[in-house]
Design a protein around this ligand. Structure first.
Ligand SMILES: [Fe+2]
Length: 160
C-alpha cells in the first residue's frame, strides 16, 4: 500500500462515520473530487502529485470529522498534521507543505504559495463541476484555472 492509500483509509473512516447518508455522499463527492482536481492540476503545474492529492483528500477534514465549518481551514490544518504525524510516513517538510495549503484554502481572494493556490483552484473547480449551471463564487479564480487547463468554457445553461 502506498502512502496515499493509508491516508485514503483514514479519510474513508471519517466519511463512513457520517450518520447522515446525504452528508456522507456529499463528503465523498467533494473530497474525492477536489483530490482528483488536485492531481490534475499538479500534473499540469509540475508539483508533487502525491502531496497534492493528499492535500485535496484532507482539506475539509475538520468539517467532516467535527461537523464544524467555521475556521475549518486552520483547525483542519492542525487535524491533518496530527493524522499525518500519526501515520509516520511523511517528512516534516512534507507535512508543513500540506498543513500550509489546508490552512490557507478558505482565503480564496489572496494569492499564496503554489500548493495553497492549487488547493484553492481545485476546490473552486470541484464546486463548479458538481453542477456547472450553479452560479458559483470566485469566478475570476475559476476562469484562470480553466485557462490554465486550456479550456474556454461557453456560457452554460441546463434545462429546468
Ligand atoms: Fe472544500
Amino acid at each position: 500500500m502506498n502512502r496515499l492509500e493509508f491516508v485514503r483509509s483514514e479519510i474513508d473512516a471519517i466519511l463512513l462515520s457520517q450518520e447522515n447518508v446525504d452528508e456522507r455522499g456529499k463528503g465523498y463527492v467533494h473530497l474525492y473530487g477536489v483530490a482528483q482536481n488536485c492531481t490534475l492540476l499538479a500534473l499540469k503545474r509540475g508539483l508533487d502529485v502525491e502531496l497534492c492529492t493528499i492535500i485535496g483528500l484532507l482539506h475539509d477534514i475538520y468539517t467532516y470529522k467535527f461537523k464544524y465549518i467555521k475556521e475549518h481551514a486552520s483547525l483542519g490544518a492542525t487535524e491533518a498534521g496530527n493524522l499525518l504525524r500519526k501515520l509516520d510516513l511523511f517528512t516534516d517538510d512534507e507535512i508543513k507543505i500540506m498543513k500550509t495549503a489546508i490552512s490557507n484554502h478558505s482565503d480564496k481572494k489572496k494569492k499564496q504559495d503554489k500548493y495553497s493556490e492549487l488547493l484553492k483552484d481545485a476546490d473552486v473547480l470541484q464546486n463548479s463541476l458538481y453542477n456547472a449551471d450553479i452560479n458559483i463564487k470566485h469566478k475570476k479564480r475559476l476562469k484562470k484555472t480553466y485557462k490554465d487547463l486550456g479550456i474556454k468554457p461557453k456560457k452554460i445553461k441546463f434545462e429546468k
